[in-house]
Design a protein around this ligand. Sequence first.
Ligand SMILES: Cc1cc2nc3c(=O)[nH]c(=O)nc-3n(C[C@H](O)[C@H](O)[C@H](O)COP(=O)(O)OP(=O)(O)OC[C@H]3O[C@@H](n4cnc5c(N)ncnc54)[C@H](O)[C@@H]3O)c2cc1C
Length: 402
Amino acid sequence: MTTRRAVIAGGGIGGLATGLALAKTGWEVEVLEQAPELKEVGAGVQISPNGMHVLDALGVTPLIEETLFEPDAIELRMGRSGRRVFRLDMKNTAQVRWGNRFVQIHRADLHDALALALRAEPTARLQTHAKVTGYVRERGGASVYLERSERMFGDLVVGADGIRSEIRAQMSGADRARFTGNVAWRCVVPADALGEHAPPPRGVIWAGRGKHAVTTRVKGGTHVNFVGIVEQDSWQEEGWSIPGSVEEALRDFGDWHPSLRATLEAATGLFRWALFSRPPQATWSDGPVCVLGDAAHPMLPSMAQGAVQALEDAVVLADALSGGGDIAEALVDFELRRKPRVTQVQKRSLHNLRQFHRHTLPGQLATYAPMALVAGLAPGLAHKRQDWIYKYNPDNYPVFLT
Ligand SMILES: Cc1cc2nc3c(=O)[nH]c(=O)nc-3n(C[C@H](O)[C@H](O)[C@H](O)COP(=O)(O)OP(=O)(O)OC[C@H]3O[C@@H](n4cnc5c(N)ncnc54)[C@H](O)[C@@H]3O)c2cc1C
């Protein structure tokens, strides 16, 4: 059989992982990234065991070993008082119950490792400065149009170009992404700079009325990663690296726990961006063209699963295509295998956000008291509720083991 060729729009976590998964299963791959250089911005991401299964299968884990941090537990605390609602073991449970680690890592470190692994594949190429503006279906495949007046043909075209995907817009119509009414703050600060005020070295969700924050560790545990999400009526600016000032951030979190205040006060780079979503996508493919990751199913970050779901997409797509049969049929199979799961994750993420933002004291008590009870008296039950998400490791991943 002749080598089949995939053209992937977008060199984010989803696009790079897809390129890698396809290259490892015999495809020639071209990843096209619009940015002038491959430089991931942003903050930390948590990679749960279901994501680590993918990174293991793709051979990426050794490349991130130095920079990842493995928290012993996750906690829910009240944002102002710091009072702990519950603490759930992660380190031991993740290995024993879900078969892999639960880790925290800077997005740039994960992105660099994926790019390094992709570049090491002899059949893969990664181009920057390559903005895709659309596609056209052709005999035996499809071509993408590049902004620099070029066309590039693939037997398969993948839109991994994020929430404002050009490929998705052409496939399903150019509806605008909807502002969710939430704006995020982020910063990364050396833990040493915070002394006794450093937030605990684990995953901590700090809940409050109409807002919440999450603190994690990145860079092997040496740096505190802060993300704060605040409800806001409107949003005008574009982009996800809009600089903000410490004073502005303290307007949102200044009366919160001293650990959070200290983190914001020590921040030298504070950024804000708005959280957008769009209604579920009716279809993920058009003949030999498909979308995945945020291009197919954007979600709120309150379950820490957007990047992990993009990783899962990558390997399930490569598996669906590995039989060598009709590509359009394989893409329908891919969608059938992925959609129920990601739809559930999207809904759960929204549910979590609402729980973390309870606006009234009775609402907080009704939500957090049962959580505290279950985590305190029956932690096994609390862990069991996460089995469906963290245990996911389809039998077919061995297809990537070299
Ligand atoms: C505050 C916050 C915290 C988060 N925390 C977590 C977490 O802890 N764990 C987790 O799993 N997820 C987390 N996520 C979600 C995660 O960041 C996203 O779901 C993930 O980055 C999606 O990856 P992607 O590759 O699909 O899209 P993107 O990351 O958006 O990448 C798309 C890429 O395509 C490029 N591109 C766009 N248009 C074009 C074009 N026309 N042509 C060529 N290239 C193009 C872009 O430049 C970009 O490089 C978080 C998100 C937020 C906002």
